[in-house]
Each structure stands twice: as C-alpha cells, then as structure tokens.
Design a protein around this ligand. Sequence first.
Ligand code: HEM
Length: 397
Amino acid sequence: MSLPLSFNPFAYEMHEDPYPTYARLREEEPCYHNEGMGFWVLSRFDDVLEGYRDWESFTSTRGIALEEVGTASAPSMIGMDPPHQTKLRKLVVRAFNPKRVGRLEPRVRELTTRFLDEIVEEGECDLIERFAALLPSDVISTLIGAPQEAHESLRIWTETMMHREDGVSAIPKAASDASKNLIGYFAELIEAKRKKPADDLVSALAEAELDGRHLSDTEILGFCFLLISGGNETTEKLIANTIHQLSRHVDQRERIVAEPSLIPALVEESLRFRSPTQYMVRTTTIDVERHGRTIPAGEQVVLLIGAANHDPRRFQDPGRFAIDRKISQHLAFGFGVHFCLGARLARLEARVAMEEIHKRLPDYRVDESGVSVVHAGNVAGLATLPIRFTPSQRLAG
Ligand code: HEM
C-alpha cells in the first residue's frame, strides 16, 4: 500500500526544508513510487550505496537525471556503464591523481586570495557572487587549458546552461543557447590544442588513444561538458553551505579559526549535512526487490543522496551539524564505478577557501533575510549568501 506521500524533486525548494520529507520516505516508504511521474526513490543509506555499487542492475545508460536532457550537449562517460566507461575514465583519471591535484593548490590559493582581497575592505558582500561562484569555474577552466580571457564567458555560459526553473522539467531556451556557445568555444579550443599542445587536460585528451585510435572532437567535448557541469555548481554550493552552517554555529566557527587543522573534517561534515548533489538517477535492467516491493525492469530510480546522508542507521543524530563527527563514509560524491572524479579537487578547493576565509574574515555574519536557494536539476543549495564582516584594516588595528 502506498502512503499519501508525494515526493517530487522538481517542486521541492530548499527553504521548505526537504529533510522532513526525506525522513518520512526513509522511515515510512523506503522504496517509494511516484505514480504520477513514474519514478522510484531509494533513500536509506545501504540501499542508495547498493544502487550506485550495482551498476549492472542500475544502469546509467538511460539517463542520470529526471528532467528532459538537453540536445545541445555531448555524450560522456557519466551516462555510460563499464566496460566502455572504464576505458574513458582511465584516460582522465591521471589528471585527478593526488600529485596532479596537489600541483593545482598554488593556483587555487592564488585565485582564492585574489577574490578575497577584492572584498576584505568592503565589510559586506554576497559571498557567492564575489567568491564561491568564481573559484571552481576558474579552476576548471585552468585545468582544461582555456586562456584566462575566456574564463568569465565560460562561467556565465555554464551557469546559464545549468539553470532550471523551479517546478519545470523542460530545458529553458537560454540554457540551450548557452550550451551551444560552449560547444562552439570548446570546438575551437580542441582544434587549437591539437595544433599546439600544452600541459593541460584537453591537450592530453587530444593525444590520448582509445582502442588504437585518437579521441574524436565529440568525445573530448563530452569530457569538457562533464567537467564544467559536474564541478562548478557543486563546489560552489559546498563552499557556500559550509560558511552558512558555520555562521549558524559560531562556537564551531571559532574552533575553525583557532585550529585550521579541523578544516578537512569540517568539509566532510558539510558534504554530508548539505550534500550539493541531492540525487542521481539510474534505470533498472532487471526486476529489483526492495522492502517488499518490486521495481520492474526499465524503471527510473532516484538514489537520494540527501536522505542517505541523514540516515540515523548510519549517522548518530544526523540533523546536528558537528565538525568533530567521525565520518567513515558518506555518499555526497556517489559510490562505485562513477565515484566523483573531482572529489579530491573539490576537497582541495573547499579546504583552501576555508583556510583563507577564516584568516581574512573571521567574524563574518550571514544576513539570513537575504539568503536564497537555487534548484538546478539535482543540485540544490544557496543562490545568495549575504555576509557582513569587519574590514581587514580595522581587524588588524
Ligand atoms: C562538492 C563538489 C562535488 C560534488 C558534490 C560532486 C558529486 C558527484 C557525484 C554524486 C557523482 C556521481 C555521479 C553518478 O554516480 O552518476 C560525480 C561524478 C563525477 N564528478 Fe563530481 N562532484 C563534485 C565536484 C566535482 C569536480 C570539481 C569535478 C571536476 C573537476 C567533478 C567531476 C566529476 C566527474 C567527471 C564525474 C563522473 C565520473 C564517472 O562517470 O566516472 N566533480 N560527482
């Protein structure tokens, strides 16, 4: 029997706090079926983990989003299953190994301090507009090898491409126009890197071989899209959510200021507590039994990360934000064959951002009346984060 529970990820708005709904799903209907919209939802930690692990029963090849997928894009490994996905992933995995990501730290710090130096004397700003939205996009543009002068256009096109209207599953026209601009830009970049390779990801992909042949432009384009669409907004949300939570828990912020070595644990708790990616979608390839119900083959299943990361079976007092929580595993970056390739980079960016913000603006306060939320597909989090702080000159004096 189905409970009168209506879970519709297009309609949820973060200011309405989805966590009570998540708790009802998890406890009352752990294998939920939305009959109107035709998808299923798994929300307990173990079920969500198993959904990501068992790619043979839960395929990524029939779409990983609930909404209509835009036409002006390029296929990428996130929408594939092994063995082809494994081969493609191998081509880029090196760029995300500890050594390569570590080499990006000076650049991440340079960008971070540059953006923060522009605001430290102002005493107030929207931290998303002036910082959190800028850093991840510049880092990825650097990684793929786009010249500095293109970074701003790339960021604006990416933001526009990702924007969705609340409650509407269709792709807005501005979003498809922006993705066409991105395709045009990346096509030129690939051509330029084929002619004159440098030490960047697009050059490496242009030289890489797959089954004895070079990658096509479309395949490289797929990687570029995947990186900008997967790595920008998510990291922006992670940074903004972390500051928002710390402003609500001033005692924990003071500990961070006094003891920056706690920052990696802070970042993990933030990822768990407000996971930027709320869910990914899979399609069943066989009938799957869960909690006394059968999900027939060929059905879309939402693997609800946001709910799994608040499962009390796994996390004690999950609704409490606690930087000293010992987290052995959360699902904010997914699990298994598609585990987030950029996880190490996102953690690096968030750590450097937290280190520099707490050095420069240690007494920030969030103006809660100006906080707003955004909902772009499966990514949820803050859209604006107005803060006030003591300007650095006065702080020093
Ligand atoms: C806080 C920030 C981030 C979050 C929460 C996040 C989340 C995720 C999740 C949940 C997945 C799994 C998708 C699935 O199973 O279908 C994923 C995959 C992926 N992410 Fe991230 N991501 C973040 C940052 C980044 C960054 C910075 C990059 C790149 C620069 C990146 C690149 C990727 C790629 C390439 C994949 C696909 C891997 C594959 O299909 O094998 N992500 N991410």
